[in-house]
Design a protein around this ligand. Structure first.
Ligand code: BTN
Length: 341
């Protein structure tokens, strides 16, 4: 589909809202005077009031005290583009941000945007996908605004080998970063593209690339992350297999902060691959403590045949190693694996 066919409209990141939020968030519990905000923005005091009212309508709660100023007492618990931009700047992210209240698929939108000349790298973030795509042609259920659907697009122009471990490495960086939000559960990567906690999936990764003869022109990394949803409300078929960060920790987590943390982790994983600082050994070492399958009996398809073995980490190419009953080792390079109960 071309850009013009898209019926989805992005909600722009309002630069004034970003400036106001930065000033208020930096001040933390302290009040920020209206005149300071007006001076920073180069606008009148009434114009500042107007901007603050707009933020209130968008889910912020503010305390206003005469002669002292304003402070934020509550942030929205849904995605908010200006708040997300503040959080991205706060973690040092350098990606552009495109926020859509709803979209067919953030991966598809990233593809359309690059075709119509959007400057990369950029992230497409949404509350809801009408046609969320999973791996191997599956559907990714994307109706809950409490979850996160995002894609980050890069234009590397480098040989494909250099990015062959990008998804695995992104899984590692995302798990490490998210662990701080949910110390109650051990976050793991389930080869090749799932993030798990105690045997239940809380996120899935979908990487899609466009190639030239010998280089990757663009690479889109998509992540569906269950953040604050209640797994009991998931479709029956996946209910017992899925979890969310909220369910793991027992309390809701800040959606905008988590989105910024995840996007920055994806940038981090990309930088490691691009700068060629990742060796095969550093990947398998980083993988070990996060390996959801290690030591477990799993079934995979190899050359059209079902085989069962004990998962024994990944090799230099990122393939999953299976220790077979006859003592041999088999490398699984693609496809899915299932855990034997
Ligand atoms: C999987 O586990 O099969 C991968 C799921 C990937 C889902 C994400 S949600 C954001 C991005 N847009 C999509 O259409 N899919 C990915």
């Amino acid at each position: 589909m071309s850009q013009g066919d898209s019926t989805f409209t992005p909600r722009p990141v309002d630069a004034d809202s970003v400036s106001i939020l930065k000033a208020l968030l930096e001040a933390d519990e302290a009040f920020v005077s209206g005149s300071l905000l007006a001076e920073q923005l180069g606008v009148s005091r009434p114009a500042v009031h107007g901007k603050l009212d707009k933020l209130r309508n968008e889910g912020f709660e503010m305390e206003a005290v005469r002669n002292r100023g304003y402070r934020i007492t509550k942030r929205p618990d849904v995605l908010h583009p200006a708040l997300l931009r503040c959080a991205l700047d706060g973690v040092g992210s350098e990606v552009g941000l495109l926020y859509f209240p709803a979209i067919d698929s953030t991966n598809s939108e990233a593809e359309r945007r690059i075709a119509s000349g959007e400057e990369s790298p950029f992230a497409v973030v949404s509350n809801c996908q009408t046609n969320g795509r999973g791996r191997l042609g599956r559907v990714w259920h994307s109706q809950s605004a409490e979850n996160l659907y995002l894609s980050v697009l890069f234009e590397p122009n480098i040989p494909p080998q250099q990015l062959q471990h990008f998804t695995l490495w992104a899984g590692i960086c995302i798990c490490r970063r998210l662990q701080a939000y949910v110390p109650k559960g051990a976050l793991k990567v389930k080869w090749p593209n799932d993030l798990h906690c105690e045997g239940r999936k809380f996120a899935g990764m979908l990487t899609e690339a466009k190639m030239d003869a010998d280089s990757i022109r663009s690479i889109i990394f998509g992540l569906g992350l269950n953040v604050n949803s209640n797994p009991n409300e998931f479709p029956t078929a996946i209910r017992s297999l899925a979890t969310s960060l909220h369910a793991i920790q027992g309390v809701p987590v800040d959606l905008n902060e988590v989105a910024a943390a995840v996007i920055h982790s994806i940038e981090e994983a990309y930088a490691v691959c691009i700068q060629n600082t990742m060796t095969a050994q550093s990947l398998s070492e980083a993988w070990k403590p996060l390996d959801a399958l290690a030591g477990k009996q799993v079934t995979a398809i190899l050359s059209g045949r079902e085989i069962t073995g004990i998962a024994a980490g990944i090799d230099e190419s990122g393939a999953l190693l299976l220790q077979m009953p006859d003592g041999s080792q088999q490398a699984i390079r693609a496809g899915d694996v299932t855990l034997k109960k």
